[in-house]
Design a protein around this ligand. Structure first.
Ligand SMILES: [Mn+2]
Length: 448
């Protein structure tokens, strides 16, 4: 059960006021008077009585930042205090959810110990209201609201979710603090020669998170595993020689995520070439962040990141051509096949990254960069990641080798670095009036 101190309570109240205004505008735009928003149910494994870890509907979680809310629901009706139908089942097999003290004065709370009674209450709230929307994965059996997850309503809400309230930024800073505590311990475990599994466990222990509580599965990659963008295993034994370490691991606080990646080279003269690349990427990443200010196009930041990668490839002797050629011929896309970053908040990859307006405008990523998840104009109060990478991915290098521009690659140099996998440096930044506040670097600095 989460708790909030006085400062958090003030921020939470203001956050709910902001949400109330957003929902009022979104409901009016989509033609509704009210919405029923359910937290949802955990998904059960096929033919099993075991379920996946529960993560509530984000539209519910934005109002009620607590995971322990299976079966609960909200009624949002502009002009009225949001009503929380809180399920606290009589159950001696599990610990029932506890009533949060921070709901007092903020939500109109009604507690139910029987899911059927809660659903009856919801059904009677919806009865006769043909302008009510349902928002959630599945409608409880006795509800029959016709408008389920209406696109006009959700698009409106998703567009505005990019702009974080002070409460949300506060939560993301706290999530970052957890992540950075874990990253410090993970780095030490790597330096001590730990296996991926040992490093992962050191991360969890230091950040005081269970793996279920993480915003996403930790990526803990030694050597070649760093070239697997979403590497998902944890080798129990350390490799014969640890050359490099890439860790993409986050934190979660009151439902809000931090998404942080760091890369390290092993110490020793034989690793100097890779170590120099890590340093160059770290500096390049910071210079990319210095370009950010309101009004800038995120796609332009992404393209400029590729120009920087081209310079690094050229400076470090990985290509036999000038940086401009490496960029113009698209060679950099072999080394950086993912986007520069994405919105972050209630979800690690937060919604709305390709929306240009609350009314439904959409801007897909360009053909050259299909994996880019964010094409919006940078604006104040957005929080997104900046995470350039440089990888030696066998599959993509093979594809490049078969092309004419293969002759522009210095293959001997590339081959000496394949055993290091790759590099990614990822921070989460909040856009301010003039530029950014770097949530990640600020937290690392506090831990120095
Ligand atoms: Mn990320």
């Amino acid at each position: 059960m989460n708790t909030m101190d006085e400062e958090q309570l003030d921020l939470y109240s203001e956050h709910l006021d902001l949400l109330a205004r957003r929902w009022e505008a979104a409901l009016a735009f989509a033609g509704f008077d009210a919405a029923i928003v359910v937290a949802g149910q955990p998904a059960e494994y096929f033919l099993d009585d075991q379920a996946t870890p529960f993560r509530p509907n984000p539209h519910f979680a934005q109002w009620f930042p607590e995971d322990d809310a299976v079966g609960s629901a909200l009624l949002i009706r502009p002009g009225e205090r949001p009503k929380l139908y809180f399920l606290q089942p009589a159950d001696y097999w599990h610990q029932p959810p506890q009533q949060p003290d921070w709901a007092d004065g903020n939500l109109d709370l009604e507690v139910f110990d029987d899911p059927a009674r809660l659903q009856e209450a919801l059904a009677s709230a919806a009865a006769g209201q043909n302008r009510t929307a349902f928002v959630g994965e599945r409608q409880p059996g006795n509800l029959s609201i016709a408008s389920v997850n209406p696109a006009l309503l959700l698009n409106h809400l998703h567009f505005h979710r990019a702009y974080k309230s002070e409460f949300e930024v506060h939560c993301m800073k706290a999530a970052t603090e957890l992540a950075v505590t874990g990253h410090r311990a993970a780095r030490d475990a790597f330096r001590a020669g730990g296996s991926e599994f040992e490093i992962h466990m050191a991360y969890l222990a230091a950040s005081r998170q269970t793996s279920d509580a993480l915003p996403y599965g930790n990526i803990v990659a030694l050597n070649e595993h760093g070239a697997v963008l979403h590497y998902q295993h944890y080798d129990r034994d350390p490799p014969d020689q640890s050359r490099s370490f890439l860790i993409d691991a986050g934190g979660r606080y009151l439902g809000y995520a931090a998404d942080v990646t760091r890369s390290y080279a092993a110490v020793g003269p034989e690793h100097e070439r890779f170590s120099a690349l890590v340093t160059a990427m770290d500096q390049a990443q910071q210079s990319m962040i210095r370009e950010i200010r309101p009004g800038v196009d995120y796609l332009e930041l992404h393209e400029n990141a590729h120009r920087r990668i081209a310079e690094i490839l050229s400076d470090h002797g990985l290509v036999r051509c000038p940086a401009e050629t490496a960029f113009d011929t698209g060679i950099t896309r072999t080394f950086l096949p993912h986007g520069l970053g994405h919105l972050i908040g209630l979800q690690t990859h937060d919604v709305g990254g390709l929306q240009t307006s609350a009314e439904g405008g959409h801007r897909p990523p360009p053909e050259d960069y299909p994996a880019l998840r964010l094409t919006r104009t940078v604006e104040k109060d957005q929080v997104f990641t900046i995470e350039p990478g440089l990888y030696f991915i066998p599959q993509l290098l093979d594809e490049l080798k078969a092309k004419d521009r293969s002759q522009l690659i210095h293959w001997e140099s590339v081959d000496t670095l394949r055993g290091y996998g790759g590099i990614r440096i990822e921070d989460n930044v909040l856009v301010t009036d003039e530029g950014t506040e770097n949530l990640t670097r600020d937290a690392f600095a506090r831990h120095e």
